[in-house]
Structure formats: C-alpha cells, structure tokens
Design a protein around this ligand. Sequence first.
Ligand code: ADP
Ligand code: ZN
Ligand code: MG
Length: 498
Amino acid sequence: MYQSFIGLEVHIHLLTKTKVFCNCRSAFGDEPNTNVCPVCMGYPGVLPSLNIEAMRMGCTVARALGCSIPEKTWFERKQYFYPDMPKNYQISQFASPLGQQGSVEIEGAANGRPFKKTVRIKECHLEEDAGKMIHTGTVSLLDYNRAGVSLLEIVTEPDMETGEEAEVFIQQLRRMVRYLGVCDGNMEEGSLRADANVSINFPGKGLGKKVEIKNLNSSRFVRLGLNYEIARQSEFMDAGKTVVQETRLWNENRDQTESMRKKENAHDYRYFPEPDLPIFAPDSAFLKTVDDSLVELPAARMKRFRDEYGLNPEQADLICEEMEEADYFEAAAAAAVSRGITKKDAASRIANFLLIDIKRMLHREGLSPSSLASFALTPQRLASLVVLLSQGRVSTKNARQAMEAAAAEGRDPADIIREKGWELITDPEAIAGAVTAVLAAEESIAAELRSIAADTGKEKRRRTLTAYLLGKVLAATGGRADTKIAADRIAEALGTRE
Ligand code: ADP
Ligand code: ZN
Ligand code: MG
C-alpha cells in the first residue's frame, strides 16, 4: 500500500458589500459589466485602496482556523497573462499573508471507520477574484463584474489522506464561514471553491509528485475526485511508472479526472510587493473588531450541545448545521427550562420536534432551517408545548396536531389545546368516576378479572382484559384520561395490581 497526501486550497468569496480594492458593488449575477470601474477593470494609473471589511473578515476566518495574524501584512502582484485579468497581474498576498500557521480538528468516518485528526493550515491570504469568461460558439465574452471581488484563500498542509477526510474538511470549513457570516458557502455558485492536491508514495518516503484537481464544485466531488486520483496513481505506481506532476479536471459526467495541463512546477509568477497599497499593521482597535466577530464556532457548539443538553452526537451535528437552527433550539430549551422542566428533558423533546416534525413542516413549505428565525412556531411556543408534554397534560398525538395548527395560525399551541379540549384529564377523582362507570357496565369482564387476579397462569388473559377496560375508560373520557392514572385505578379496583 502507498501513503497518500492531500492538501486543499479553498477560495471563499467574502460577503463584503463592495469589492476588495475599489467601491464597486460586489454582485456578479447582475447585467454583465455593470459593477465595474477603472480600478477593477485594470486601467493604467489607477490606485487601489484596501476594503478594511475584507481584511476584518479574512482575519476573522484566520483566527477561527487558529492562525496567527502577523504584525505586518501586505500585498504582492502575482503576474500572469489571462484575458479575465486585464492588469495582467492579480493583487494577492505572498510573503506575509494575513493568517499564518493554524490548525483545525476534523472528525468523521470513512468506510465505516471513524477518524479524527488535526489538519494544519499553512496560511490564509486575501486577494481579488478574476472576471468571468463566457464562451459562446466561436467567440468568448468577458464579464468583469466578478473582477476585484474579495476572495480569501485558505491553504492547508498536505495532512489529509482520503477523499472522505477532505470532504469533511470542506464541510466543516463551509459551516464555519457561514457561522462567521463571512461567506454564504454556496459551492455550486462558486462562493466556495476548492482545488485539491494529491500525491502518493511508498510509506516513509515523504510526499510524492503532486497532481492538482480543479473544477470540484461540491464536497462530494472533492471526495470522489481524490479517491479516483489515489486509485489512478496507485495503478501507475503498481505498473512501475512514475506519476507526472500536472493539473487535472474533474469530469462529473464521467466520474473521472482528466489531464488539463502538465509541467505545473514551472510557475514563475514573479511576485513583488504591490507598490500602490501600504503595508497593513493591525492595531488593537482593528484586532478588537476581529475578536468581536468570533462567534462560538460549530465544533465548540456541537460539543457543548452534547455536554450541556445531553444530545447524542448525531443530533448535535444536525442541529448545529445551521446557526439559526442551533439558536432556535437553545431559545426553546431556555424557555422550557424557565417554566420548570429539566434541561435534558426539554432538550430531548425539542431536538425530536426540531429534527422530525419541524423539519418536515419547513420542507413542505419549501423553507430551509435558516428561516427558523422567522418561523410562526416561535421557540417560546414550542416550549409551551414541550412543557405540557413533559407534565403529561397532552398526548403526543394531540401535541403534534396542536403544533401543526399553531404553525399554520401563528398561535400558542397551549391555547389551541385548551380550546379543543385536548388537555389530558389528570384529576384522580374524575378518572376514578369514569373507571367506576366502566366497571359497572362491563360487569362480567370485571368479575372474570377479579377471579383471576392472583392466578399467575392467567397473565396473558389478564392483560387482554385490562387493555379492553382501559380502552373503554379512555373512550368514556373522549381519549383525554391520563392513561397511567386510569390503568392504576382499574388495577386498584380489581385487585390486579402486581
Ligand atoms: P504550489 O506552489 O504549486 O501552489 P504549494 O506548496 O503552495 O504548491 O501547495 C499548494 C497545496 O498543495 C497545499 O495545500 C499543499 O499542502 C499541497 N501540496 C504541496 N505539495 C504536495 C504534495 N507533494 N502532495 C500533496 N499535496 C501537496
Ligand atoms: Zn471597481
Ligand atoms: Mg500555492
């Protein structure tokens, strides 16, 4: 077997309102070439100026990835010819990127085997995106709306070994940047793009010849592309051939990687410091804005949900997928706890409603969990339902119906339960009355039960008859008698209690 090495280069579009070095709107679904100016069109003689918001967002991600922010960070020109880059250089960072040497923990499973490992982050750097080429027939058109849009590149060390690990890395990073509010994480639309580098070698021999895979626009493709490439390279090595260093493209229609260009190590971008942008030395006020934007990250929140609320790992993972869902969960739990039920009881009931019933309702309306913040069944309303359930004052079936109605009508489910008369009868006197009436009406069955009360051989018969009587009591109360109290009463009256 060979040892494999995977390093990722992830680009994320930062959600800044304007571009990174000019004041054009950062929106690229618009009419082509409408969000452009001489700076992002690369006219000669214009001066870029740094969008501080892009720097703040970049540094926030860097900190979330455990990177250090250097005392001085600056920009370089990365030079190459490309029609979607009219300046013929890209302003990027090289010698002192804004985030350096961090690490993150990834956790998941591959082929049924769980894994947990640390992935080192080499750096995070801020740069500008290029324009977009649109090829139509024999002509190519250029749209510069995307040129100059803030892009943060996150580069890992080659610490991953399987497609599954890389997939989990991307998923976790995506969740993290969404929590931080710096990127929408949409891979299909290219807001988060990953290039995957992979090599294999004989164990202990260090890194092999690297192949870079591009065009991976979903985390699933990252996994498939890498695993395909590891298998392809292994076959090469088995046959005694050497792998060529090259760039390959993922072909999603054929589920394979295909050669795009060879001789990748010949890059010479001739980086040199961008003379039109000053060195950026973060001061304490800037660093405070960075600290202030660091919310509790998904990994920490998931762990806390397990420890504090007793959720299982799968529940914690699902609820923490979207920050709005995690917030909803915590608001509902707090409201239920403030009304006297225990945290764990509240949490397990709320988690079940959230992951099954509420997800289904949202799905039916074509809504995503991120719209929970404006959902008609507010966390407080869900809490009032959970409190009634926990106190045994409503059946699960009626609770579900009340929840549906509450969501549709924007009301408190407790009010609906009261109006519909769905509250369970827990008053022992009332239940005793119903039991007495049923026993009188079902005289022969009551008599049989009394006669076999102590007969250990008649256990089954006893159960059948008891269930029958219980059904009658429930029917007599319109299904509202508390089942446990009713069963106790029947046993007491007939002497069948164990
Ligand atoms: P380049 O200069 O070609 O861009 P870098 O050193 O910047 O290469 O690395 C780019 C990415 O490729 C990083 O994520 C890094 O971890 C990964 N990488 C570098 N060398 C290898 C290798 N031999 N095998 C696998 N991944 C590699
Ligand atoms: Zn511009
Ligand atoms: Mg590189």
